[in-house]
Design a binder for this molecule. Sequence first.
Ligand code: SAM
Length: 216
Amino acid sequence: MRLRHIKGAEEDIAESPYVVQEPKELKGKWHEFFGNNNPIRIEVGMGKGKFIMELAEKNPDVNYVGIERYSSVLLRGLQKRAEMEISNIYFMRIDALELEEVFAEEEVDRIYLNFSDPWPKDRHAKRRLTSDRFLPIYDKILKKDGIIEFKTDNQGLFNYSMESIPEAGWTVEAATFDLHNSWMAEGNVMTEYETKFSGEGKPICKLIASRNKDAE
Ligand code: SAM
């Protein structure tokens, strides 16, 4: 998602109390920052943040961090955030490649990847958030028993991820090509893209991955 540049977006983000302005300074100190020892769950590429804000509202005992690289998109999320009475969620405008500089080893308990950009051309495969460029980063920041939850409508990206994830040493614990008609639908929170695509009749794919237990 890349919206037309909004004038003043950077300034609004820089002044927002909901955005962590210097996230690298919090590396290893996120629990201190939240003021509790609750688990920390992040969404990489949150877009306007509907999903992660809904989760934060439903689960006050979990800390959430939404990550988005484009200011214009993040700004839309902030407008919605301002209407909510919650204290367990913050946002960051960074690229996923910087995650290792922001979180210490095993500081994160779960990673959500929702409707990540598919980058269909082979020469762009490394930009996919489930490629071997990003999986080692998740491996570092995620607790040993942490999981990645990945949803997409894009069959090509899903098939690619069903291979790239095990190749990087993870185990696909569960997967479906039709989330909304599967046992995995229980408790499902829809993202913005999910609402749009499932409304068009497209099936949604989901997988849950953990570390490769066979390798231990
Ligand atoms: N997760 C939302 C949803 O499901 O409605 C938004 C999906 S949108 C297709 C993907 C989002 O991921 C875009 O807003 C894009 O800017 C963001 N994104 C893609 N690559 C990223 C990266 N490397 N780091 C941070 N955000 C990224």
